[in-house]
Write a protein that binds this ligand. Structure first.
Ligand code: HEM
Length: 460
């Protein structure tokens, strides 16, 4: 990698001890059972940092009838991710199923999941992603064009990134502009649903959704809005008979299993919602943290700008291995993994190292801790993009997209989306911090800035 990247934390700019590059600090005192419950109820990020502070490879949480095991080290994570028959997706009671049904992310049935994954795979193949380049480039250019009207623009970063990623996924996967869906899929809708699900994961007991509390009613009506939107998309495509070569076409024509049965409307609905929700918040989170880090490190900005403007540039084609851009994106997702935990459930009694895992236990891979394991990563709290110039240190060490059979199907699309947006921004603007305090991370299934945050864009 050309040039030097600042490795020390600029302490004047960065509030190191309250959640900028450092994650929130965990308390040292452990109160059994009730303490676990309170800690888990307060905030997921706090809980996983608390669990990792034990210093061991794994730690147990017992909350009511639920037994949870947090995995903080790479070797143990690799054991879990490489054995999908023992450590499967959480079972039928997984609260995420209330929203995403049996879509790829939350489907607990291995055989059913495998058939669907095979059916959807062509959409995410290399040639297919390459074919979306043009569409993605237009969405990215349109997004940054909005900020060009002034010499200096203050950007509410997370909100803007949500709008961009919703537009990208709607345009590329369903051939609809983000405007069509943005009345229904708003940042508030997504936050509410994720918060609802996330709290139910952490709570030992929850009332059934059918019990008409105010929150449950809001949940049901939000979900109904999403269902109407998705069924509208399906009906319209069937009515017009148009072919766009997009994910909706694939879902409508897919034959699943030996009998090549078509997917039911319910199954198509589950995959559409899964794609929107899995592909929207995660990518917006990734973009938010990379733009923040680039604002902290103007030298890295300069290197990437130089790279995209060089005659040999592959700008607009997705990140190329070993470029400063790709290294910076990887390093950003190491420090701030958009999915800070990956959930599994033990289908039978098992062992992770010497830790006993009784059948039915939840196993949470603590990606945020694995990515800062000091035995794997030198100076783990610092932003050092060039550490990725020669790839990753080994199996289980770097998991922003998971690993193994369930690895993110949208990885190629997401990386293309992220690099297109960053290239567009850096080609037109200098990014700088507006507030020296920086954003504080909060985990709501995805890692997002707690109160949003703003960056300044100055036209070059
Ligand atoms: C930076 C952006 C993204 C991140 C960090 C991310 C992260 C992840 C992770 C960690 C998993 C694995 C979950 C597990 O093992 O249980 C996953 C799975 C998945 N992701 Fe992504 N994702 C991103 C973008 C996307 C996009 C853009 C899409 C679709 C357009 C997508 C669709 C999916 C689906 C469908 C799965 C389930 C795969 C399976 O179990 O077969 N993701 N993602």
């Amino acid at each position: 990698m050309a040039g030097t990247v600042r490795t020390a934390l600029p302490t004047r700019d960065i509030r190191h001890d309250s959640g900028v590059l450092a994650l929130p600090k965990a308390p040292r005192v452990r109160v059994p059972v009730l303490g676990d419950l309170l800690r888990l109820r307060s905030d997921l990020l706090n809980a996983i940092q608390y669990a990792a502070s034990s210093g061991s490879d794994v730690s147990h949480f017992k909350v009511g009838p639920k037994s949870m095991l947090f995995v903080h080290r790479s070797a143990a994570a690799d054991v879990v991710l490489s054995d999908i028959h023992t450590f499967g997706k959480p079972d039928a009671k997984n609260p995420l199923r209330a929203v995403l049904g049996d879509g790829l992310v939350s489907n607990p049935d291995h055989e059913d999941w495998l058939q669907r994954r095979r059916a959807l795979q062509p959409m995410y193949s290399r040639p297919s992603i390459a074919g979306m380049r043009q569409k993605l480039a237009s969405v990215a250019a349109e997004c940054t064009r909005r900020w060009e009207h002034h010499d200096r623009t203050v950007l509410n970063v997370y909100e803007e990134m949500l709008s961009f990623t919703l537009d990208s996924v709607s345009t590329c996967m369903f051939s609809r502009s983000g405007d069509t869906v943005s009345d229904i899929v708003t940042p508030a809708t997504a936050s509410f649903l994720l918060d609802f699900v996330e709290r139910r994961i952490r709570k030992p007991f929850s009332l059934p959704v059918g019990v008409p509390t105010r929150r449950h009613r809001h949940f049901t009506s939000t979900l109904r809005g999403l269902d109407d939107l998705v069924h509208g998309l399906i009906d319209e495509r069937r009515r017009t008979g148009e072919q766009h070569g997009d994910l909706l076409d694939i879902l409508l024509s897919a034959g699943v299993g030996d009998a090549a049965e078509p997917l039911t409307d319910r199954e198509i609905r589950d995959e559409i919602l899964t794609t929107i929700l899995a592909g929207y918040e995660t990518t917006a989170s990734a973009l938010t943290w990379i733009l923040y880090l680039l604002a902290c490190y103007p030298e890295v900005q300069r290197q990437i700008r130089q790279e995209i403007r060089s005659p040999a540039s592959t700008s607009g084609k997705g990140p190329r291995s070993g470029t400063v851009l790709e290294c910076a994106i990887n390093e950003s997702m190491r420090l701030f993994p958009p999915s800070p935990t990956i959930p599994r459930q033990a289908n039978k009694d098992a062992l992770i190292g010497s830790a006993e895992v009784p059948e039915g236990s939840f196993v949470m891979l603590n990606v945020a801790a694995i990515h800062r394991d000091p035995t794997v990563w030198e100076k783990p709290d610092e932003f050092i993009p060039e550490r990725f110039a020669n790839g990753t240190p080994g199996k289980g060490t770097y998991l922003p997209f998971g690993a193994g059979a369930h690895m993110c199907i949208g990885k190629g699309f997401a990386m293309m989306e992220i690099s297109m947006l960053v290239e567009n921004v850096l080609d037109k603007f200098e990014i700088s911090l507006r507030d020296s305090a920086g954003p504080e991370p909060r985990a709501l299934i995805t890692l997002r800035p707690r109160d949003g945050f703003e960056l300044t864009l100055t036209r070059i």
